[in-house]
Write a protein that binds this ligand. Structure first.
Ligand code: C5P
Length: 223
């Protein structure tokens, strides 16, 4: 497969989502938000009353996920699950929690592999998640691992929520973040870790445009 791919992995709140969106826009490439797929499986499980430890049933659900990604505006994708617009619900902390539980199940991860790889189309793909560089696109020519301190990630989440008018406590957010990190890093299937050939970028004291520029420069230097 000759289609170029840049993978961005790392824990939640490191800035992957925004940075990926800006990179895709800058390069005119496709964008895969793999976390959204795990969030959708969690949400579908809830809708269908499937228990979060029923691996076989969740695998089937993931395989047959009825979802559409509609581009409403250049920077706005509408996510439709089984005919229902779930764009907003998908981003909630609650659904993030469901996602990280179903994401620990090998059957679910396996079921989503082909769907994720299908996003690799010309002229290129920017993908963000936890295992883009290690499992889904191990041969990607450029792999980025974004991190930031847990305090900084909690602060960013709080700001995002505030902007949406949602009240939250910094301490609760930090605890959620640490709990999800632990679950993502300690699971046996596709644990969160930098690929051996990943470029690690600590974004704690960097702003978004600087991170984007740094990655674009890295991409350019590799041709
Ligand atoms: O990135 P986002 O917060 O949307 O991801 C939600 C959850 O989905 C993560 O906490 C993680 O458990 C899971 N995930 C994953 N592998 C990916 C993307 C997300 O396990 N590639």
């Amino acid at each position: 497969n000759k289609v170029p791919v840049i993978t961005l992995d790392g824990p939640g709140g490191a800035g992957k989502g925004t940075v990926s969106m800006l990179l895709a826009r800058e390069l005119g490439w496709h964008l895969l938000d793999s976390g959204a797929l795990y969030r959708l499986v969690g949400l579908a499980a809830e809708h269908h009353g499937v228990a979060l430890d029923n691996e076989a049933a969740l695998g089937v659900l993931a395989e047959h996920l009825d979802v559409q990604f509609l581009t409403a505006r250049e920077d706005l994708v509408q996510v439709v699950l089984e005919g229902e617009d779930v764009s907003h619900e998908l981003r909630t902390e609650r659904v993030g929690g469901l996602a990280s539980q179903v994401a620990a199940l090998p059957a679910v991860r396996q079921a989503l592999l082909a769907r994720q790889r299908a996003f690799r189309e010309f002229p290129g793909l920017i993908c963000d998640g936890r295992d883009m560089g290690t499992v889904v696109f191990p041969e990607a020519p450029l792999k980025i691992y974004l991190t930031a301190s847990a305090d900084e990630r909690a602060r960013r989440r709080l700001e995002q929520l505030r902007a949406k008018g949602v009240a939250a406590s910094l301490l609760d957010l930090k605890n959620d973040i640490l709990e999800r990190d632990a679950r993502d890093m300690n699971r046996t299937t596709a644990p969160l870790r930098p690929a051996d050939d990943a470029v690690e970028v600590d974004t704690t004291s960097l702003n978004i445009p600087d991170v984007v520029d740094l990655i674009l420069a890295e991409a350019k230097s590799r041709g």
